[in-house]
Design a protein around this ligand. Structure first.
Ligand code: PLP
Length: 391
C-alpha cells in the first residue's frame, strides 16, 4: 500500500481528480435536489438534463466538435469496443477488413481478435523503431474491402504521437472510416475534428483529471457516422448507448474538459519543463535509452530503457515511486511490453524499460527526489546474463 511519501509518476495509468472537478460533481452526489434522472420530465430531471447538456458541450468544445457528435460511455475501453464492433456490424456490406497497429491498447487489439473470430479480417501494422507508422506501409495495407482503420493518437507506453491528420486524409480519400483512440491525448494536446477528417474518437475522463468510469465516443455528423449499439434498452444516446446516464460522472468529465481546454498550454509548458528536468538527471548515464521518437512525442510520458536491468524487480523494489513497466494492463502480465517488442526492441531490452509519466500536479521536488532515489545503482537489478555477467 502507498504511504504519504509516495511520488506519483504514473499519470498515463490514471490521473488524480482535479479538486475543481470534485467541487462540480459534489452536489450531484450529495444534494437530493440534484438526484434526478436526466430522462425525467420533472424539475429534478430537467436539472440533470441541463447538467448533461452543459457537459456534452464542454467535451465537444475540447475537440472542436458539436454536442450532438458526443455519445457518453463508461470510458475508452467501451468507446473502442463500440467504435470497432459498432462500425463493423453496421457497415459490413462495404467489406470486412480492418487496419490497426500492433502498438494499440489491449482493448483495441482484443476487440479486433474478437471480430476476427466473427469472420472479419484484421491487418496489424508494425511501427518503425521510433514507434511511428510509415505512411507508405499504411497506404499499402488499405484494400478494396477495408471498412475501418483504428490508429491511436498518443501511445500510452511511449508517448509517441501518430500523424492522425495525414493518415485520416488518406482514408477519407478512399471512403474508409477512421477511428482513433485519443484516450491519452485528449485534454493534453490540441485535437480538432475540424482540422482532420477523423470519423470516430474514443475519450476517457480519468486520463485528464476527471473521474474514472466515464468516457465518450465522438461520431462525425457530416458525413454522418453511426454505430450499432452494444447494449439495448432505453434508447439513450441516440439509441447507440442505452442506460441511465451517470450525471455526476458526466458533470465531472465536462468540468475536466473545460479546465483542460482553458489550461492546456499552461499544463504543457509545466509538463515539458518537469520532463526535461527529470531526464537531465540521467544524462551522465550514457547507457540508458529513451524508447520512441521524442520529437513526435508527449513530454509527459517518457519510456526509459536501462540496459540489463530487470525493470519489473526494480519497480517493485522502489514502491514509494509510482512508475510502471509497460501499461497498467501489461503490468499484471508476465511478458515484456508488446508495444516495445513491436517497435523492434529485444525481449531483454523491453524487459529493462520503465515508463514515467508526469502531469498537472507533478512538482520539481518530486522528479528530483525520484531521480535521486532511482539513479544510484541500476546494476543491483540486472538480469543475470547467459554468460554469467550481471549486466
Ligand atoms: C490508449 C488507451 N486506450 C484505452 C484505455 C482504456 O481506458 P479506460 O480506462 O477509460 O477504459 C487506456 C487506459 O488505460 C489507454 O491508455
Amino acid at each position: 500500500m502507498s504511504d504519504i511519501s509516495t511520488i506519483y509518476l504514473d499519470y498515463a495509468a490514471t490521473t488524480p481528480i482535479d479538486p475543481r472537478v470534485i467541487d462540480k460533481m459534489s452536489p450531484f452526489l450529495s444534494d437530493p435536489h440534484y438526484c434526478g434522472n436526466s430522462a425525467s420530465t420533472h424539475a429534478w430531471g430537467q436539472r440533470a438534463r441541463q447538467a448533461v447538456s452543459d457537459a456534452r458541450a464542454a467535451v465537444a468544445a475540447l475537440i472542436d466538435a458539436v454536442p450532438e457528435e458526443i455519445i457518453w460511455t463508461s470510458g475508452a475501453t467501451e468507446s473502442n469496443n463500440l467504435a470497432l464492433k459498432g462500425v463493423m456490424a453496421l457497415y459490413q456490406a462495404r467489406g470486412k477488413h480492418i487496419v490497426t497497429m500492433k502498438t494499440e491498447h489491449s482493448c483495441v487489439l482484443e476487440t479486433c481478435q474478437q471480430l476476427e473470430k466473427k469472420g472479419f479480417s484484421v491487418t496489424y501494422l508494425s511501427p518503425k523503431r521510433d514507434g511511428l507508422l510509415d505512411t507508405d506501409i499504411f497506404s499499402d495495407a488499405l484494400r478494396e474491402d477495408t471498412v475501418l482503420v483504428s490508429i491511436m493518437h498518443m501511445n500510452n507506453e511511449t508517448g509517441v504521437i501518430q500523424d492522425i491528420k495525414t493518415l485520416s486524409e488518406i482514408t477519407a480519400a478512399r471512403g474508409i472510416l477512421f477511428h482513433s483512440d485519443v484516450a491519452q491525448s485528449a485534454g493534453k494536446i490540441p485535437i480538432s475534428v475540424k482540422d482532420m477528417p477523423v470519423d470516430l474518437l474514443s475519450l476517457s475522463a480519468h486520463k485528464f483529471y476527471g473521474p474514472k468510469g466515464i468516457g465518450a465516443l465522438y461520431l462525425r455528423q457530416k458525413p454522418r457516422v453511426r454505430v450499432a449499439p452494444l447494449f439495448h434498452g432505453g434508447g439513450q444516446e441516440q439509441g447507440m448507448r442505452s442506460g441511465t446516464l451517470p450525471v455526476h460522472q458526466i458533470v465531472g468529465m465536462g468540468a475536466a474538459c473545460a479546465i483542460a481546454h482553458l489550461e492546456m498550454s499552461r499544463d504543457l509548458t509545466h509538463i515539458d519543463s518537469i520532463s526535461h528536468r527529470f531526464l537531465e538527471n540521467f544524462e551522465k548515464h550514457t547507457s540508458i535509452m529513451i524508447n520512441g521518437d521524442r520529437l513526435h512525442a508527449y513530454p509527459g510520458i517518457v519510456n526509459i530503457g536501462f540496459p540489463g536491468v530487470d525493470a519489473r524487480r526494480f519497480v517493485e523494489a522502489h514502491s514509494s515511486i509510482a512508475m510502471s513497466v509497460g501499461s497498467a494492463c501489461y503490468a499484471k502480465g508476465a511478458e515484456a511490453s508488446y508495444v516495445l517488442r513491436a517497435m523492434g526492441l529485444t525481449e531483454r531490452d523491453a524487459a529493462a524499460s520503465i515508463r514515467f509519466s508526469f502531469g498537472r500536479f507533478t512538482t520539481e521536488q518530486e522528479v528530483d527526489e525520484a531521480a535521486r532515489v532511482i539513479t544510484p545503482d541500476f546494476s543491483l537489478f540486472c538480469h543475470p546474463r547467459e554468460d554469467g555477467d550481471p549486466c
